[in-house]
Ligand binder design. Structure first.
Ligand SMILES: [Cu+2]
Length: 137
C-alpha cells in the first residue's frame, strides 16, 4: 500500500511538472509570436515613413529653360524626382510627404514666375523670367 501511494505520488508529480513545463513552453511560444507581430508592425511603420507619393500639377512655362528651371526648383525643394511635360504643361513630382509637399513646391514655382497649381504668379515674379520663358500672351 505504502509503495503504491508513493508511486502514485511520483506519477502525479511527474504529470504535474510535465503540465507546468508544457504551459511554460506554450507561454514562451505565445511571447515569441507576439514579438514577431511587433517586428512586423515596426517594419510596416518604417515602410510607411519612406513611402513616396506621386502628384501631378499644372505648371505654366514655354521652353527648354523652363523645363530645367521647373524641375530644378522641385528637386531643390525636396522632390525625389520631377518631370515637367512642356506640351501638357504638367509637372509630375515624386516625393516623401515628410520632406516636402505640393504646396511648398508650388509656392517656390510661383516665386520663380511660373503659374502653378491653378494659382497665377505675381507679375513681378513673371517679369523676372527670361524673355524666352514668357509664356503669357
Ligand atoms: Cu523657358
Amino acid at each position: 500500500m505504502k509503495t503504491e501511494k508513493f508511486l502514485l505520488l511520483l506519477v502525479l508529480t511527474g504529470l504535474f511538472s510535465i503540465t507546468v513545463s508544457a504551459q511554460h513552453n506554450h507561454a514562451a511560444m505565445g511571447g515569441g509570436s507576439s514579438s514577431n507581430m511587433n517586428m512586423n508592425m515596426n517594419q510596416d511603420t518604417h515602410a510607411s515613413m519612406v513611402h513616396l507619393k506621386t502628384e501631378t500639377l499644372k505648371v505654366s512655362g514655354k521652353c527648354q529653360m523652363c523645363i530645367a528651371r521647373i524641375e530644378k526648383i522641385a528637386t531643390e525643394n525636396g522632390a525625389a524626382s520631377a518631370d515637367w511635360d512642356l506640351k501638357a504643361q504638367m509637372l509630375t513630382i515624386v516625393f516623401d510627404p515628410s520632406v516636402t509637399s505640393v504646396d511648398n513646391i508650388c509656392y517656390k514655382l510661383l516665386k520663380a514666375g511660373h503659374d502653378s497649381g491653378g494659382i497665377r504668379a505675381k507679375d513681378k515674379a513673371y517679369n523676372s523670367l527670361p524673355e524666352c520663358c514668357k509664356y503669357r500672351n
